[in-house]
Ligand binder design. Structure first.
Ligand SMILES: [Mg+2]
Length: 254
């Protein structure tokens, strides 16, 4: 089946930190001009959708706020009217403004990226105690590590795993590689999963997650890509490309 839609991971595919990847904006424009449906699919929980769109617009990437899918919107929907303890950066609060916050007696705890060096031990203990008391543990994603300009850092997933291990529970993971996350976006775009290509730099979250949901997946060798992690993962992308700039010319290979 021909590819009708392309889901683009953002960090590591279109940019690393504040540096855009060479040729990224031109590639996205070429895909759009070829008539493909496009969506940004990010586990970034440090920025609101509006801020992400502003950053992309400054780089010349034609994606609107409603084209950008984040785990925060899913978290708000899952929480509904339940009381929640939120651990997210201030920037994300505009995407969670309808949530009933109650840190003392939460029915759910939401773990997102909190910035700095991650979760301090005293915060992890607070979350651990609430989860032991029965609060549902929701993770905005479960990435193992991420890349900053100075190198690799522990990502949210490492802290979520600490709570899971200590409290003996499994977190509900809302972002990539959740199957429901990918399938929900395909449904919204009106495109079957097998006609959708996910493009990412994270072999587990982007490539493995998308393939599990029945999508095709292209791995780019930018951002956090490392050949040894790919080998160890045992996951085989449908397409491997030096960068997003090579995608428009490679689509016919699928
Ligand atoms: Mg990425």
């Amino acid at each position: 089946m021909n590819i009708q839609a392309i889901l683009l991971d953002l960090d590591g595919v279109l940019y690393v930190g504040d540096e855009s990847i060479a040729g990224a904006a031109e590639a996205v424009r070429a895909l759009r001009e070829a008539g493909l449906k496009l969506a940004g699919v990010t586990n970034t929980t440090t920025r609101s959708r509006r801020q992400i769109m502003d950053k992309l617009a400054a780089m010349g990437v034609p994606l609107a706020a409603e084209d950008i899918h984040t785990p925060a919107a899913l978290a708000a929907a899952r929480l509904g009217q339940r009381r929640a303890m939120l651990h997210v950066q201030d920037a994300l609060r505009e995407d969670l403004q309808d949530v009933r916050e109650d840190a003392a007696h939460p029915e759910a705890v939401v773990m997102g990226d909190i910035g700095g060096e991650g979760y301090p031990p005293e915060t992890l203990r607070e979350i651990f105690l609430r989860v032991l008391d029965g609060a549902e543990l929701l993770a905005l994603h479960k990435n193992r590590f991420w890349k900053k300009p100075d190198g690799l850092h522990l990502d949210l997933g490492a802290f979520v795993a600490a709570i899971e291990y200590a409290a003996g529970v499994r977190a509900v993971v809302l972002g990539k590689p959740s199957r429901d996350f990918f399938l929900g976006i395909c449904r919204e775009l009106g495109v079957p999963p097998e006609a959708t290509l996910m493009v990412g730099d994270d072999v587990e979250s982007d490539i493995g997650g998308a393939q599990q949901a029945g999508l095709k997946a292209a791995l780019v060798q930018t951002g956090k890509y490392r050949a040894d992690f790919v080998k160890r993962s045992g996951i085989r992308a449908d397409l491997v490309l030096p960068s997003i700039a090579d995608l428009p010319d490679a689509l016919h290979l699928l």
